[in-house]
Structures are given as C-alpha cells and as structure tokens.
Design a protein around this ligand. Structure first.
Ligand code: NDP
Length: 330
C-alpha cells in the first residue's frame, strides 16, 4: 500500500515538500477491526490547520505520520459480524490506499443508493455543514436574502441551492473566477454572483444586494466578512463556517474594521462546527438525498486520480482549482 505523511510543518503556504509518500506493507486487521481498500479520499481546507502545531479544535497531524482524512472504501477483510467483505464504508483514515479501521468508527454506505463519492461531499460532511449552518446556525427563513462566500465550493454550492429551494428572496454568491460565477448563476440558480478578485468585495456585494442581506454564510473571512457586515440588514444572522482567506497567513489578520455596526444592526454572529450537528444527519439525508436524485440540487466534484497526487490536490484546493468537492480517487 501507499500512504501520504506529513513530512514537515509549513509556514505560510504549504508546499509539496511538506509531504512525503511512503510505500508500506498492507496492515492486518485485529479483533474488532476491518481492512478497507480506500476508493476515494476527501481533500479539505481544515487539513491546513492540522498541519500546524497550533492548538485548535482538532489535534495537529504528527510529523512523520499519515495525514488522516475522510474516506470511502471497500471492506476487504472483517473480524466483526456487522461488516462483510464487499461492504462499503465511510471512515476517517484516508490519505492511504489501505486502512485498518475500528468497526465502531466505520459507517456502512450504499453505493447503489448514491455514488460513493457523494458520502464525502453533497450527502456527507460538507453537505451537512451547509445544512446545519444555514438552518440551525443562521436560522434561515423563507424570504431572507442570503450571501454565501466560497460559493462554488463543496459547502457553499449546497448553501446557496438549499436557500433557493427553501424560498430565499435572493441568493448571492462570491467565487474566485468568471467561470465559477457563471456556474453559480447559470447552473445552480443563484440570483447574482461576483468574482471577488474583480474589485472590492464591499462594492460588489452592495451592487448584488441593493436591499441588503439577512443571512451571511462565511467560508472566507477577512474582506468578505467586513463587506457582509456593511451590507447586513437589521437583525441579520451570520453563520461563521470557516475563513479560508487567512489559513496561510503568518500573522493574525486585522479584524473587520466596521465591527461596531454589529451593535446598531443587532447582528448575530455564530461560529459552528459540523461535528456538533450529527444529530441532524438523518434528517439531512432524508431531505437532501431526494433533491440530489431528482436533480433539483446539483453538485460538482473535482476528482484527481491517484493517491500520489493527493498533496498536489490539496495545494490546488487552497488556490481554488476545485469546483464543488475536491476528491482523490485512490
Ligand atoms: P471548498 O470546496 O470551498 O474549497 C475551498 C475554496 O476556497 C477554493 O475552491 C477557493 O475557491 C476558495 N478560496 C481559497 N482561498 C480563498 C481566498 N483567499 N478568498 C476567498 N476564497 C478562497 O472547501 P469546503 O467547501 O470544504 O470548505 C469551505 C469552508 O468551510 C472552508 O473555510 C472550510 O474550512 C469550512 N468548513 C468548516 C466546517 C465546520 O465544521 N465549521 C466543515 C467543513 C468546512 P475560489 O476559486 O472561489 O477562490
């Protein structure tokens, strides 16, 4: 088998030499364990945080050890009754071709019900993040005007479409290329979208949302957050999901300069972690899987072939090479 390890901790933007690729013997499952051949592995922005030693909500990766991450795969061997060879499972030991997984930490998925990859994306962690963030954290209501940044990504693309399907008055997205902007308005049904690289975010958002915004779903932070505060209506709600614009910063960035507006506008700004919302998983799949199946909710995946390409796929993700979910096919 092959695995991808953290070779050294990056300062600023990570580079290929922060990773190493190792050929290893395929491990054996012990009692209560499964041997899984990974089929697809997830490539996610939060992994950048785990490459640093700084304390955060997930433990840092260890130098010299495998980079872990979400994966779906096929059971090759099982020592428990609940799983049989040929079953497919979702688990957290990606970034390697073969994983020995505690049966308790694997969940069965059905590749006939939905493509295997969707359990990592639109029907998986990133889809649930969108669902929980929009409905539970931001308290979305029909008639709201919603702004989402990182809108062409895995989380953002689901946020915007769910808002539209649930009766948003207007949905606005921002993304990093003209092609992504067209994708949002022409394929995903966003009412407006802009390329944040084209000019100040505050000006572009004001033009796209002349009547202001009621919900902001933040994937980006920085200038986007300041712009959203400026465009916020009275009692607007912000779900703070992530701040990818600062993940490679070497100094803490300045906060939004207009934070005082939070007072007068009575804004609610709430951070959240998807890990706290797995109680919604069944409700989420029950509601969203049919929308995906019928094509009412569309999704894209950017799939890179070969486990050895995982580091490059990760670096590309941080620079916006993906539309929708970034995945590596092992
Ligand atoms: P995406 O699929 O959105 O991929 C990341 C995207 O970020 C890139 O495609 C790129 O698109 C955009 N990006 C990169 N740099 C910048 C920048 N400087 N400014 C604006 N956009 C940038 O990833 P996910 O959907 O998986 O994650 C989206 C966000 O949600 C991240 O912040 C992530 O950390 C967070 N997250 C939080 C979770 C939680 O529990 N709170 C769970 C899952 C994700 P572009 O071309 O548009 O620049």
């Amino acid at each position: 088998g092959t695995e991808i390890r953290l070779a050294s901790r990056p300062t600023g933007w990570p580079m290929l030499d922060n990773f190493s690729i190792a050929d290893v013997e395929v491990p054996r499952p012990g009692p209560g364990q499964l041997l899984v051949r990974n089929v697809e592995i997830s490539v996610d922005p939060y992994m950048r945080g785990r490459m640093s030693a700084a304390k955060s909500y997930v433990a840092p990766f260890e130098v010299g050890k495998v980079m872990e991450g979400g994966a779906v795969g096929e059971v090759l061997e099982s020592t428990v009754d609940e799983f049989k060879p040929g079953d497919h499972v979702l688990h957290g030991l990606g970034w390697r071709t073969h994983a020995v997984v505690d049966a308790k930490r694997a969940s069965k998925v059905d590749p006939d019900a939905a493509p295997l990859s969707t359990y990592l994306g639109v029907l998986g962690m990133t889809g649930l993040t969108a669902y929980a963030g929009l409905f539970e954290v931001a308290g979305f209501r029909a008639g709201d005007t919603v702004f989402v940044s990182g809108a062409a990504g895995a989380v953002g693309s689901v946020v915007g479409q769910l808002a539209k399907l649930k009766g948003a008055k207007r949905v606005i997205g921002s993304a990093g290329s003209g092609e992504k902007v067209r994708y949002l308005t022409e394929e995903l049904g966003f009412d407006a979208a802009f390329n944040y690289k084209d000019g100040p975010v505050a000006d572009q958002l004001k033009a796209a949302a002349p009547d202001g915004i009621d919900v902001y779903f933040d994937n980006v932070g920085g200038e986007h957050l300041e712009a959203a505060i400026a465009s916020a209506n009275l009692h607007a709600r912000f779900a703070i999901c992530g701040m990818i614009s600062i993940y490679n910063a070497t100094e803490p960035p300045a906060g939004p300069r207009n934070l005082m507006q939070v007072v007068g506008k009575r804004l609610t700004i709430r951070g959240f972690l998807v890990g706290d919302h797995y109680d919604l998983q069944n409700q989420f799949v029950t509601e969203v899987a049919p929308l995906v199946k019928s094509g009412k909710l569309r999704y894209s995946e950017t799939v890179v072939d070969g486990i050895r390409q995982a580091p490059q796929a990760f670096l590309d993700l941080l620079r916006g090479a993906n539309t929708g979910k970034m995945l590596v096919r092992v």
